[in-house]
Structure formats: structure tokens, C-alpha cells
Design a protein around this ligand. Structure first.
Ligand SMILES: [Mn+2]
Length: 332
């Protein structure tokens, strides 16, 4: 993969640009896609952003969401944009399978492909890019990308809101160890440019439905298991339990983090049965590597302290299997 600066000459003249991100996009995925979108439009390009699946409700306020295509609802238009593109940007993922539906089309595409991402172990399929796992968020890297092209002055309120959203959500509101001095410098720069951060926090964190809050109460009271011996916590939710409250997958966002708020818990897991899939999310504090854990046992990967995986066994078997692994490896 050539360094990202090498793509700048290619962008000297107006191009058709396709941007995509991972399936089930989060704040960093949409923030980086839209931040890049607004920037490239300002530079005179014709840009199409495609999300592989629907956006979560808490991001629907973001500037530019109305321009995005949702592959699941608009696959034809999405594929047409991909075919017609001169350059392809992939943000906040580093393996085409993370896009689910776009895997084949991206693999087949022959246009120059650019990666901007901070997950571990990128697949060697991009022509240009930045892959820096030490970065707090892909949004921080979009900011770096704009600065590398000497365009800091082009960062307007739209771009600032998008970048801030991804940095905010991927750092757990500036608390995770990836929150470097550079991250705070970035925020200071956005603030000096006039960014209002409080409304963004409200949109993202204070926009719950009553049923979501009640579901959380139920989960914490009835479904959370703590294993003090292993410094671990588990929340496992079957299809039936999820249906009971009729919550969306967006409503389960962040559930995995709750066990970590209990003193002594360093490793938290969420297992959810969705349709015929069993999904797993892992979070940790300190030096327990959940990226490695997800890769070793549950067909997944991600970051050192935040990762995900999928089980190929039934929900009940997966829960039992997980507990067995816990007692085998004895995390502390
Ligand atoms: Mn990210």
C-alpha cells in the first residue's frame, strides 16, 4: 500500500469518488464517511457515500445524511456509483467482508482504492492509504488527511461536526487510552472554528426512547452475570428476550460496556442472538487483548480493547462455550 500523500496528485482534477464504510455503521463510520464527503465535495469532486446498511437513529441528525445511499434499500444505485467511480475510499474498516453486501463488488473493482482506518491487521488490498491502529478514530485520520493536503482552512461546521462525532464516540467521550494530546488539540481546533459540541452530545447520548431505558433496566437486573474470579462480566440475550422489548440493534448499542463500570471487571462480553446469527462484542480495560480473543475463539477481530465476533454454534451452545473458555484461559 502506497502512502496516502501519493493519492493527492490523482485528486488534482475533479473526480467521481465513491466512499463506503462498514456494515451496521457507528458514529466513527458515518462521521468519517460524511466528513470526507463534505471535504471532497468542497474540493470540486462528485462524491457518492454508500452505507452498507441502515444508519442508526442517533446519527440521523448528521449534516449530509440525506445524500448517503443505504445499500440495503438502494443496491442498484449504490453499485452504479461504484462502477462509475474513478477512485474508491474505504473508511473505518480494513477487510471487505466487513461491508457484508459490498464484499464482492469491492473485490472486483479495478479503480484505485484508498484506505483510511485504525483497526488492526489490514488486508493487503488497497493501493493507497493510512492504517494506524494507534489512532483514536477514523475521524481523527480524516482530520489528518485534510491537514496533510494543507486544507485545514476548508474545515467548516459540517466537517467539524462529522469529525467530532467519530472522535467522541470512538474514544468513549475522551476516556479511552487512545485519547492522546493530539485528539484534544484536534477538538481545540474545531472549537476555535466555532464547533458547538453540547448539541452533538445530546443528539447521541440523550436521545433514548423510554422502552430502551426500560430494556436496559431489565438487562442489568436480570441478564448481567459477573465472574469475579475472572474479572469478567457477561450479558447474553436470546432472540426471545430481545423480542420481548421489541428493541432495535441500535438500542443495544453500548450495552456491552456496562459490566466494565463495576469495580474489578476488566473484560466484558455481550452475546446476542439476532435472526439466525449469534453476535458477540468484547470490551476490556488494560492489557487484556480482546482483538486476539475474538480472533482466536469467535471468528472476529477489531481493536485491542474493543472487538467483535460471530459464533457458528447455537445461542445456548455459544454461551456455554464462552463460559468454558473463560474458565480455561482465566483472564485477570
Ligand atoms: Mn472507528
Amino acid at each position: 500500500m502506497r502512502q496516502i500523500q501519493d493519492v493527492f496528485p490523482l485528486l488534482q482534477t475533479p473526480k467521481k469518488i465513491f466512499i463506503t464504510t462498514h456494515h451496521k455503521p457507528d458514529g466513527d463510520a458515518i462521521g468519517s464517511m460524511l466528513g470526507l464527503y463534505h471535504y471532497l465535495v468542497k474540493k470540486g469532486h462528485s462524491v457518492t457515500g454508500v452505507s452498507p446498511s441502515e444508519l442508526p437513529e442517533f446519527l440521523m441528525w448528521m449534516p449530509g445524511v440525506e445524500h448517503l445511499l443505504n445499500y440495503e434499500a438502494e443496491s442498484k444505485a449504490s453499485l452504479k456509483a461504484l462502477q462509475e467511480a474513478d477512485v474508491i475510499f474505504c473508511v473505518d474498516f480494513n477487510d471487505y467482508t466487513r461491508t457484508k453486501h459490498l464484499d464482492q463488488a469491492l473485490t472486483a473493482a479495478t479503480q484505485p482504492k484508498v484506505l483510511i482506518d485504525h483497526h488492526l491487521f489490514p488486508k493487503p488490498v488497497w493501493d493507497y492509504g493510512m492504517s494506524i491502529p494507534e489512532k483514536s478514530s477514523t475521524c481523527e485520520m480524516i482530520y489528518d488527511f485534510i491537514n496533510l493536503n494543507n486544507d485545514n482552512a476548508l474545515i467548516d461546521n459540517n466537517i467539524a461536526q462529522c469529525i467530532y462525532t467519530g472522535v467522541l464516540t470512538d474514544t468513549g467521550s475522551f476516556r479511552f487510552p487512545v485519547t492522546t494530546a493530539s485528539v484534544h488539540d484536534l477538538v481545540a481546533d474545531l472549537k476555535r472554528k466555532g464547533l458547538q459540541h453540547s448539541p452533538i452530545h445530546e443528539e447521541i447520548y440523550d436521545s433514548w426512547s423510554l422502552i430502551r431505558m426500560q430494556f436496559l433496566g431489565y438487562v442489568l437486573m436480570e441478564k448481567m452475570e459477573i465472574f469475579p474470579k475472572y474479572n469478567a462480566g457477561l450479558i447474553a440475550l436470546s432472540k426471545k428476550e430481545i423480542r420481548l422489548f421489541n428493541v432495535s440493534s441500535g438500542d443495544m448499542e453500548g450495552l456491552v460496556n456496562y459490566p466494565l463500570s463495576i469495580s474489578g471487571v476488566r473484560f466484558a462480553t455481550l452475546i446476542t442472538e439476532r435472526g439466525d446469527e449469534v453476535k458477540m462484542s468484547f470490551r476490556s480495560k488494560g492489557d487484556f487483548d480482546v482483538s486476539d480473543f475474538a480472533r482466536t475463539y469467535f471468528n472476529g477481530g477489531g481493536h485491542f480493547n474493543a472487538s467483535g465476533g460471530r459464533a457458528t454454534t447455537s445461542f445456548d451452545d455459544t454461551v456455554a462455550n464462552f463460559k468454558q473458555i473463560l474458565s480455561d484461559i482465566h483472564p485477570r
